[in-house]
Design a protein around this ligand. Structure first.
Ligand code: FUC
Length: 757
């Protein structure tokens, strides 16, 4: 068995931010570490520094329409009863509006730490990122002297800390400088303890502040106009804190300027060793909840000391070291980019080096934000999901209702994409702007978290309000199709096709949230009865078409030669569960599964990183292990950058998170016949185990019911399994090599089975 090293390692410094720098983060702030020899560069990122929003250069309406969309909406609905497919460009021209004040995530700053070391005199260079400790490190020898540095982002202290050490007394010099982009005012002050940078964005006046403080053992610290130099030191410690005056408060989105000074002072007072210990304790308490060890089928002769970029360049599916590393990297990135109290992870997690990043580093809510959180609970990281739920609640109670009201409905809605200012989504991109189901999908994700954790506070504080709002919207907004069924109209299958009534994904998502309303709202809430009645009439969005495919639209419009990246009609299989839910007869389920396979086969293998992750998870749910592993292989082989960031291209982090989630689906399945925590949990072990992973061990997969599974398998058969329950319930377990088992489990009564007695 391979005890996974879980380290990204390189023998050269990074020169390119996107593909080579190594990310660290505390959920709020982060840095990309370059590991240069003559200069270390840290590109600093933080999730709140955005242009746009209130106070921005463009007049801001919170992403709502400037004039009522209702007349156009009525006309479109009417037209759709006569002309079943409308052109996206026409609809967008009538129903869309140019983005106003959308803004973009802004790089925070850059720290340059100049050592003056001549790279030509350097040997034994190594830099890396250790996923078990969340420490980035660099080491090399300059002539006969060793130099080492370590950088990490502490969540408990909310700082970034670095330590430069050398084995030669008084051997270190460092010039420290901080710079930032030109689209803001800047005031730099330097004294012999450090550097402070403050200013405000020209665009919206958002204030920012960065405090960098230095502590040395030995040496002299000298301030200059734009830099600080340290000479002849034995050890140099840097502590950095930075933030803005952004606040998640509607409608101003401003509060106090971040108190960077007190964090930096507290961190320095604690001292580096204690800061590091505290960081390790905090990080490991999350990361260590899950482990994966795979044994390779091919036993390929791979060099022992290979670097990560070498391994990636020579990757062959079944390279278990790299595959395991990629799975755990998704968890590392989630812990690093999403912690309670912060904004959710955006399209690049929290890392951004630009003033104009791809898609603004926003929150696309037609799959990307949702995918970011697919691995959270299943791999023991429920806490990381909290920012997503909090943000959902914020939208549901601030800007979401504005859009819903404009659409003539109660509750809340958002369209394709949103921002830290809760942009409600009105834009004009013909091929994507209309995704009015986003709120329901986000609300459904909170419902799923409640079902799987039994968290009463989450239920009352967040789930009920967001589900009630999303359901109320749909109860008003659904229309009756000529056949009498209730449908979404107009409806647009994400980024694909024409406008119709009742696209499959629209119907499936609305069904999911109305079901959530029935199951999770207070039974006395009148929405429950209304939701139940609507469900009886709702078109389910599940149809098998003329060539055996699962239809993407209510009409049989699918083209077998179409290779579009989105496979939205398959929502009901993953991340949804309608195809495998209690009540779906086996024969129908088998036919629907076969239709999904036909659709997936037809769509082909092309697509960006996130799309490979989705395909891998879908194939896993179909039980097609080899196809799932091929999709994992495409993702790792073709859609990871040398620093293992997911590549759309460009860098987009959902692929990292989706990959982790998909691999969990291959190893443990727990959504089938699922009817809540009090019902019977059905867990299938190794439902899609590829031949490339014949033996292995996984610890800490959390099932949908809240059970924690530790599983060992040999030659494709379950060898041992332990299930720890967090509440009493009945568990039915199956898996190759395991006798069919039903057991009553409880926190004090785990289930244990081993092939060896
Ligand atoms: C969705 C996808 C694109 C991209 C964008 C950020 O709209 O269709 O491929 O991932 O989000």
């Amino acid at each position: 068995m391979c005890a996974a090293a879980l380290r990204l390692t390189y023998d050269r410094p990074a020169t390119d931010w996107e593909s080579e720098s190594l990310p660290i983060g505390n959920g709020f702030e982060g840095a990309s570490v370059f590991g240069g020899i003559d200069r270390e560069t840290l590109v600093l990122s933080e999730k709140t520094l955005w242009t746009g929003g209130p106070g921005g250069s463009e007049s801001y309406r919170h992403g709502t329409w400037s004039t009522s969309p209702l007349p156009v909406l009525g006309a479109l609905r009417d037209e759709l009863t006569r002309t079943p497919v409308l052109e996206p460009a026409d609809v967008a021209a009538r129903l869309g509006e140019p983005k106003a004040g959308y803004g973009a995530s802004q790089v925070f700053a850059r720290v340059d730490l100049v050592t003056g070391h001549d790279p030509r005199r350097v040997t034994d260079y190594r830099r890396g990122l250790d996923l078990r400790s969340a420490l980035a490190d660099v080491s090399y020898r300059l002539d006969d002297t060793g130099f080492r540095r370590e950088v990490f982002a502490s969540n408990p202290a909310r700082v970034i800390a670095a330590r430069f050490t050398t084995d030669r007394k008084a051997g270190m010099h460092l010039r420290l400088a901080v710079s930032t982009a030109d689209n803001r005012t800047k005031r730099l002050s330097v004294d012999d303890t450090g550097i402070t940078l403050t200013g405000a964005l020209h665009d919206n006046g958002m204030r920012y502040k960065l405090a960098l403080r230095v502590q040395t053992i030995g040496g002299t610290t000298t301030p200059h106009a734009d830099a600080l130099t340290v000479t002849a030191a034995e050890e140099i410690v840097l502590v950095l804190a930075f933030g803005t005056d952004y606040a998640l408060t509607f409608p101003t989105f401003r509060g106090e300027l971040d108190d960077t000074d007190s964090r930096v002072h507290a961190a320095l007072a604690a001292g580096y060793d204690q800061l590091r210990q505290q960081h390790l304790g905090d990080y490991r308490s999350l990361f260590d909840r899950f482990d994966l060890e795979l044994e390779a089928a091919d036993r390929a002769d791979r060099p022992a000391a290979r670097t990560t970029d070498w391994a990636l360049a020579h990757y062959q599916p079944g390279d278990i070291e790299l595959e395991t590393l990629a799975v755990q990297y998704g968890r590392y990135l989630l812990i690093s980019s999403s912690r309670p109290g912060a904004l959710p992870a955006h399209l690049q997690g929290l890392w951004n080096s630009s003033t104009n990043p791809p898609w603004s580093c926003d929150y696309h809510v037609n799959i990307n934000l949702q995918m970011n959180y697919w691995p959270a609970r299943a791999t023991g990281l429920a806490e990381t999901e909290q920012p997503y739920h909090d943000f959902t609640h914020f939208l549901a109670t601030t800007t979401g209702p504005l859009v819903a009201r404009q659409l003539g409905a109660a509750g809340w809605a958002v369209l394709l994409a949103t921002t830290p200012f809760g942009y409600a989504g009105v834009i004009e991109y013909a091929t994507s702007f209309w995704f009015v189901e986003a709120a329901a999908w986000m609300a459904h994700d909170v419902a799923e978290a409640v079902r799987s954790t039994g968290d009463e506070q989450l239920l009352t504080d967040i789930a009920r309000p967001v589900i009630a709002g999303a359901a109320a919207f749909w109860l008003d907004f659904l229309v009756a199709d000529p056949d009498g069924s209730l449908v979404v109209s107009p409806s647009y299958s994400p980024e694909h096709g024409g406008f119709t009534a009742g696209a499959a994904m629209s119907q499936q998502i609305v069904r999911a949230v109305l079901t959530d309303a029935v199951e999770l709202l207070d039974p006395s809430d009148d929405l429950v009865g209304r939701a139940r009645a609507a469900l009886d009439r709702l078109d389910p969005g599940l149809r098998i078409g003329g060539w055996g495919q699962l239809q993407e639209w209510k009409l049989d419009l699918d083209d077998p030669l179409d290779h579009h990246r989105h496979v939205s009609q398959l929502f009901a299989l993953y991340p949804g569960d309608a195809l495998d839910a209690t009540g779906v007869p086996d024969e129908l389920r088998a036919r629907l599964h076969a239709a999904v396979a036909v659709s997936l086969d037809a769509r082909g293998d092309d697509g960006p990183g996130w799309c490979q992750a989705w395909r891998a998870a879908l194939r896993a749910r179909l039980g097609d292990a080899e196809a799932a592993h091929r999709a994992v292989g495409r993702l790792v082989g073709d859609n990871l950058l040398p620093n293992l960031w997911g590549n759309h291209p460009p860098f987009q982090i959902d692929a990292n998170f989706g990959l982790t989630a998909a691999v969990v689906e291959m190893l443990v399945r727990s959504h089938e016949r699922w009817c809540g925590r009090d019902g019977q949990a059905t867990v299938r072990l190794l439902p899609a185990l590829p031949s490339a992973w014949p033996s292995g061990h996984v610890r800490g997969i959390r099932t949908r019911c809240g059970d924690v599974v530790d599983l060992t398998w040999r030659d494709g058969q379950v060898a041992a399994v332990d299930v720890t329950a967090d509440h009493p319930h009945r568990l039915t377990l199956s898996g190759a090599g395991l006798p069919a088992t039903t057991a009553d489990v409880a926190p004090t009564r785990p289930f244990t089975w081993s092939a060896v007695r």
